[in-house]
Design a protein around this ligand. Sequence first.
Ligand code: SF4
Length: 291
Amino acid sequence: MDYEGKIYRPWMEANSLLIQTTIGCTHNQCTFCDMFREKKFRVKPVEQVVADIEEARKYYRQVDEIFLIDGNVLALKTEKLLPILEKVKATFPECSRISLYAGYNDLRRKSVEELKQLKAVGLDMAYVGLESGDVQTLENIKKGMTPEEAIEGAANAKAAGIRVLASFIFGIGGRDRSKEHIKATVDLLNIIQPEEIAPMALAIQPGTELEQEMERGEFVMPTRRQVLEEEKYLLENLNDFDSFYWGDHGNNIVPLKGRLPHARQMFLKKVDAAIRQHSETHEEILETFSW
Ligand code: SF4
C-alpha cells in the first residue's frame, strides 16, 4: 500500500482498511492541529488509489469497514470520488460501511443530489470536525467555518442520508471562553443533531500555533474542572435526539461511550462523581462558572 506521510484515522476506525485518496487537508490552518502540517494538499492519482485497492484485496479476505484518508476527502470533486467509491464497492462487496473525513464546508459545497449519488455508491458516513459552535472561538482557532455553514452542511448530509460524526473539543475556548464555547456548541448540536458525537478534551500538540499562543500567554488552558463542567453542561442540555456518544477519547477525563439520550443519567453520574472526587480537579483553582 502506498501510504504517504503520517497517517491519521479516527479511533473508532481502528479496524477499518485505510485507503489513502487525498494527501493532506485543504484547509490546514487550524491553530490546534498538527495532523497534516507537513503535507501540501493534493489529490492522489486515481490509478494509484485503484492499485492500492487491488493490492489490499490480495491481503485481506474479509474487509467489513473502509475509511478513506487523508483530511477532508470529500473536498474531491464528485466525478473523481464516484469512481473510487464504485471501485471500493466492487472490490470489497462484503464491506458494510465506507466512511471518510469531511468538513461541513465540503458537505455544504456539494449539492444534495451529488451527496445522494455518493451515498448510492456506498458512502455511509462522514467524520466532521465541528470543534466549537462559538463564533469567536471558531475565529480564534482559524477553523475557516461559521456555525451557519455547519448548519447548511449538516442539512445537506441529512437530506442525502449520509450519517455524520461530529467531533468537538472540550476546552478549546480556553479558560476565558469555556462557558461561551460550550453553550454555543450545545446550541449548535441541538440544531444539527449529528448521528454520532465525539467530544475530546484539549491537548496541546507540539509545534502548533496554539502552543505558541499559550507560550505567549494569549491562550490559557482550561482547568480540568472546567473540562468536566463543559461535559456536564453538554450532557444536561443536549436535546433528546438519538445520537451515539464517543466520549472515550484517550484525552478525556471520564471515558464515556454509549447511546444518547438513553445513557444521559448514567454519564452524568460519572461526570458528577469525577467533579467531586477527581484529585486533579481539587488541585486546581476551581474558579469556574455556574450554569
Ligand atoms: S483540524 Fe481538520 S480542517 Fe483543521 S487543519 Fe486539521 S485536518 Fe484540516
